[in-house]
Design a protein. Structure first.
Length: 695
């Protein structure tokens, strides 16, 4: 996940790839509860891994379900749930059980209904915020049946105490009334729990007020059907749970991916999965058929937002689908402007606003007043941010019209404010396909975590940047100048990848020594051949593995540094490591530290820094580092060593260490790390177009 203050997405060109979307939260917790109430074992695939589902899983274990997570690394989100067959074990029913449900509303509501009907002693609580989330309408409905539920804190809110009632005492003859105009979750809770007691007779629920969020009730009814329970739905106002209802495990069930999350990848395909060509080895071109494949949700999805597929088709997307996948290609191009009532897909419709940037005229999205009361006033937010890009936008009380920038020159570089709204952030990532080749800045990118923590990583895995547009910041300099520390901090600040090129030479030196190959010119080709066989993996926190072995510490010794310096003087070795270094240049960008990053490896990099410090200072810093690690050393020896290393690095024939002509010089002898990092970031920011555009 990107936890940086902002994320700069370079200009993008095409889309091609497969993405697995996270499971839907609403479906995950419904399926868990239904599996728990069934008899036998249900294998649930693709469960969403989130706080809410973890809370539910823990609660189900407390209720006597067996919960087993798959150990297959390819299916870690598969769970085997063995249910309680609609009955608490007698030992459990006899004692009181305390359930802590965090802030998981999707666990608290349905569990309250189920436990009130199961007949045990329970106390249900959560975090302070949970105790501010109303549950009175549901408790009122359950009390009509005769359920015993008390408020332990404030009237109408958790925490709750539930006590058992004999089945014979439940009043099932009269319809149960529940409000439907505040939240559909209370109705969902009742629909899922009432089959527990609909044994001898039908049980009827009547909705008071106009039912909101029907698509969510649709999901509930569809999932109940999968578990063998058919509920009669009369106009969304009256629901009958039939006598003889019994939860039957489907044995195996896949949790659909979140259909709203799919909308961004559907748009991606419609905008950028175009047919194209690429040069081939014969000097001609080979055609490529680009396609974006979304795994986890298909056009037959039970989620309301799947109807985004129709809207995207209307704009020109070419979409095919199977039971749990969608394949999207560019169809009509430019996209077709549309005029559409979006009331049925309020969340996904925001993605249409982003697609409208690539349409052949003015797109109108109507009946979207609900946007004003979501995470932010989405109508106002979309209008403001689309205008920043150069679009002409009219913001009505309940509609939006979007006319794309008139031509390439009319597109503007924009820093997109995201209002702590995951959907704003995801929508505007699509602006990076602008024909002007401009990068797009997304502020506070971590806000996507609400529904899709890995969104940007998923997007980057399925797109190609405009050639040469993935930025590289080069930080070169002599040994112990602090470039590793500065480079890592700059990379972290920008959310960029990090290339510690020195580590590659250190690894090579170590591998050669271990293989017993002398490090000299005579054996250069042997060492180069060794490189082709090395399996190197870089992990978090500077962890390095060579052929599976953790060598992070081994390559940091003074001896390994010396061997690296020796090995790096061999031209064949340098050549053999070029591709490995180029491969680090990936979206959204790279910070590369070394000796020849700016001069040889990335000569066209947009920012090059040459970081130095006096030999005395560098020896002092290295000494401090070693002493802290408990490694004995003297400053005089260290200084002699690093001067020897400087001299070899600077005077070797191939790629000697020197500042690139266009590098900024930064002497940090008298400067702390923070200031050095701030200086590099400020040089970088001056190269970005965003500030100027907003000014
Ligand atoms: O940055 P470092 O101390 O980890 O580098 C170890 C050696 O590798 C250094 O003495 C020179 C060599 N090196 C190089 O020649 N080119 C690079 N880009 C990086 C390091």
């Amino acid at each position: 996940m990107f936890s940086t203050a902002f994320l700069d997405i370079p200009a993008l060109q095409s889309a091609h790839g497969e993405v697995q979307l996270p499971g839907s939260k609403s479906i995950s917790n419904r399926v868990l509860l239904l599996a728990a109430l069934s008899s036998g074992t249900t294998t649930i695939h693709d469960l969403l891994d989130s706080d809410d589902t973890q809370v539910m899983l823990r609660a189900l274990e407390q209720l006597g379900c067996a919960v087993v997570r798959s150990t297959d690394p390819a299916h870690l989100n598969s769970y085997h749930i063995t249910g309680i067959a609609g009955q608490l074990a007698p030992a459990l029913a006899a004692r009181s059980t305390a359930l802590f449900l965090g802030n998981a509303g999707t666990a608290m509501r349905p569990l309250t209904a189920a436990l009130a009907l199961l007949g045990g002693h329970f106390e249900m609580s959560g975090v302070p915020r949970m105790h501010e989330r109303p549950i009175g309408d549901l408790v009122d409905a359950l009390r009509q049946l005769g359920c015993k539920i008390d408020y332990l804190g404030n009237e109408g809110f958790p925490p709750l105490r539930i006590q058992p009632v004999a089945a014979a005492q439940l009043q099932l003859n009269a319809p149960i009334t529940v409000r439907g105009d505040v939240s559909s979750q209370f109705l969902t809770a009742l629909l899922m729990a009432l089959p527990l007691v609909a044994k001898q007779q039908d049980v009827v629920i009547e909705v008071a007020g106009e039912l909101i969020s029907k698509p969510y009730i649709h999901i509930t009814l569809e999932l109940l059907k999968r578990f063998g329970i058919d509920i009669h739905n009369e106009q969304w106002q009256r629901f009958t749970v039939r006598a003889g209802s019994r939860y039957q495990s489907p044995h195996e069930i896949h949790v659909e991916a979140d259909a709203s999350s799919a909308s961004y990848f559907i748009a991606l395909g419609a905008i950028a999965a175009s047919k194209g060509s690429k040069p081939n080895a014969q000097g001609g071109t080979t055609s490529v058929d680009r396609v974006v494949k979304v795994m986890g949700v298909g056009a037959q999805s039970i989620q309301g937002d799947i109807r985004f597929v129709e809207a995207a088709r209307a704009m020109g997307a070419a979409i095919t689908s199977g039971p749990n996948w969608l394949e999207i290609r560019r169809g009509t191009w430019p996209l077709q402007a549309i005029d559409m009532d979006c009331n049925h897909i309020p969340d996904a419709a925001m993605t249409l606003a982003a697609m409208a940037l690539y349409a052949n005229g003015t797109t109108t999205l109507r009946n979207i007043a609900s946007w004003r009361v979501k995470e932010t006033d989405r109508l106002a937010a979309m209008a403001i941010e689309l205008r920043k890009l150069g679009a002409v936008v009219e913001e009505g009380a309940d509609y939006l019209t979007i006319t794309p920038p008139a031509n390439r020159e009319a597109w503007k570089p924009a820093s997109i404010h995201t209002y702590d709204d995951h959907r704003v952030a995801m929508c505007f990532s699509l602006a990076a396909f602008n024909p002007a080749g401009l990068p797009v800045r997304i502020e506070d990118p971590k806000c996507v975590a609400k529904t899709f923590p890995g969104y940007f990583e998923a997007m980057f895995s399925a797109v190609r940047a405009v050639p040469g547009s993935v930025p590289v910041i080069c930080i070169d300099g002599p040994t112990a100048s602090g470039k590793g520390t500065v480079a890592a901090a700059v990379a972290e600040h920008l959310g960029y990848h990090l290339l510690d090129s020195g580590a590659l030479y250190r690894i090579t030196g170590l591998a050669a020594t271990r293989a017993g190959i002398p490090i000299d010119a005579e054996h250069a080709s042997q060492i180069a051949a060794l490189i082709a066989q090395m399996d190197i993996q870089f992990g978090a926190d500077q962890q390095v593995r060579l052929d599976g072995e953790d060598i992070s510490l081994a390559i940091r010794s003074e001896e390994a540094g010396m061997n690296a310096s020796l090995v790096s003087a061999l031209p064949a070795v340098r050549q053999a490591l070029v591709q490995a270094q180029h491969d680090f240049r990936q979206l959204p960008g790279l910070v590369a530290d070394g000796r020849d990053m700016g001069t040889v490896i990335f000569p066209l990099a947009p920012l090059k820094v040459y970081l130095t410090a006096s030999a005395a200072k560098r020896a002092e810093r290295r000494h401090k580092q070693l002493i802290e690690k408990g490694i004995p050393a003297t400053i005089a020896d260290l200084r002699a060593d690093l001067e020897a290393r400087d001299s070899r690095d600077m005077n070797r024939a191939t790629a000697p260490l020197h500042a690139a002509q266009d590098a900024f010089l930064l002497d940090n002898s008298e400067m702390g790390v923070d200031n050095a990092v701030a200086q590099v970031l400020s040089w970088w920011e001056k190269r970005q177009p965003f500030g100027k555009a907003q000014a």
